[in-house]
Design a protein around this ligand. Structure first.
Ligand code: XUL
Ligand code: CO
Length: 441
């Protein structure tokens, strides 16, 4: 049975192709800076947005036409697995990601939910034997069900804390069973609405305990995946505990978890926090904490998590710049935590959307590699900070000075000369690289 019978395998046809079902820029075998695009970009499909999502919004019901929706319950879950592996194969993606409830429906009891999961996980494992597509990461949904109304690991209700722990325990077992390369914790409802009824210290201490127990259990069962925290500033709660990389990093240091986690950075979460995507990637990178990426983009005019497919080439370029400077993503990848718009409801739109995202990151990769090869941004930065290369600047960075010496030096200064930051010149250079990288080929 085929779920995407109108679509053949998506091939690279080059920038002149007018075939909507072909890659124009993503050529998996093409080498960029010594590695293939496939090795660097490590694209992943998000199961929830592609196979579970119905495209409903707060004002309207779902519009998605999905051939597997003619089934119900476990039959639909099984049909989704069949559709998913057909999709992975046709799109030629190396990875996928899921939450527990994306792949298998919850039962009436935890035991029944676990049994449903076992059935679907066994089926996925079977499909993975004949597929090149591997599990980038899995996670559990500890936020949708009404039991998580007050949070999970930060709930005021100890029974819910226990239930959430049991779900993560199962999630770690599933990750091990399917060879997940990472395991993700997104805060979900780990945050609060108002301090008027919240013991923030207890909630954060409990979250710290939760993560330690999760790592202990992963070690116990020999599940070596990289643990990732995915920051998000708001939505669903107004104050999420892992607001951004900086606050997440402080949390990890506070609770002695720095060596256990890296960050999974999502573009739309970065912009919701009032940062750029590249700011979050950079903050994680300079602290050795950049683990993986949820590739999407927010709508510039809307203030919520719109999870659009990434098509902004300026953003993918600056993101790929950070990723290349990081030496790649290690066990991480670029997971499309992105959904087609409500009006893009056909099964083919799922291909168009992923092709757009993959091509956009392929462009970003090639432009970023050229910016690095030609030392465009590094040269600018090096020049801008040259005052710390010798004289008093070198003494400051070497720790050889103090306020007495600095005052003495400052008193001797007759003139302070600053130089231009050359911002417009730099932006023009990036535009030049963006526009010429492909026309010159
Ligand atoms: C929510 C979000 C999640 C995580 C995984 O905004 O990004 O889908 O990626 O739980
Ligand atoms: Co995400």
């Amino acid at each position: 049975m085929s779920y995407f019978s109108n679509v053949n395998k998506i091939n690279y046809e080059g920038s002149k192709s007018s075939n909507p079902l072909a890659f124009k820029f993503y050529n998996p075998e093409e080498k960029v800076g010594g590695k293939t695009m496939e090795e660097i970009l490590r694209f992943g499909v998000a199961y929830w947005h592609t196979f579970t999502e119905d495209l409903s919004d707060p004002f309207g019901t779902g519009t998605a036409i999905r051939p597997w929706d003619k089934y119900h319950g476990m039959d639909r879950a099984k049909a989704r697995v069949e559709a998913a592996f057909e999709f992975f194969e046709k799109l030629n993606v190396p990875y996928f990601c899921f939450h527990d409830v994306d792949i298998a429906p919850e039962g009436d009891t935890l035991k029944e939910s676990n049994e449903n999961l076992d059935t679907i996980v066994a089926m996925i494992k079977d499909y993975m034997k004949d597929s090149k597509t591997k599990l980038l990461w899995n996670t559990v949904n500890n936020f949708s069900h009404p039991r998580f109304v007050h949070g999970a690991g930060s709930s005021n209700n100890a029974d819910v804390f226990a239930y959430a722990a049991a779900k993560v325990k199962k999630g770690l077992e599933v990750g091990k069973e399917l060879g997940a390369e990472n395991y993700v914790f997104w805060g979900g409802r780990e945050g609060y609405e108002t301090l008027l009824n919240t013991d923030m210290k207890l909630e954060m201490d409990n979250l710290g305990r939760f993560f330690h127990m999760a790592k202990d259990y992963a070690n116990e069962i020999g599940f070596n995946a990289q643990f990732l925290i995915e920051p998000k500033p708001k939505e669903p709660t107004s104050h999420q505990y892992d607001f951004d990389v900086a606050s997440g990093f402080a949390f990890l240091q506070n609770y002695d978890l720095q060596g256990v986690f890296k960050f999974n950075i999502e573009a739309n979460h970065a912009t919701l926090a009032g940062h750029t995507f590249e700011h979050e990637l950079h903050y994680a990178r300079i602290n050795g904490m950049l683990g993986s990426v949820d590739a999407n983009q927010g709508h510039p005019l809307l203030g919520w998590d719109t999870d659009e497919f990434p098509t902004d080439l300026y953003s993918t370029t600056l993101a790929m710049y950070e990723i290349l400077k990081n030496g790649g993503l290690g066990s991480g990848g670029l997971n499309f935590d992105a959904k087609v718009r409500r009006e893009s409801f056909t099964p083919e739109d799922l291909f168009h959307a992923h092709i757009a995202g993959m091509d956009s990151f392929a462009v970003g990769l090639k432009v970023a590699q050229r910016l690095i090869d030609d030392n465009v941004l590094d040269g600018v930065v090096e020049d801008r900070y040259k005052s710390f290369k010798n004289g008093i600047g070198l003494e400051i960075v070497q720790g050889n000075t103090d306020f007495h010496k600095l005052e003495e030096y400052a008193l001797g200064l007759t003139e302070i000369k600053n130089e231009s930051g050359k911002l417009e010149r730099i932006k023009a250079a990036i535009n030049q690289y963006l526009l010429t990288t492909f026309t010159e080929e």
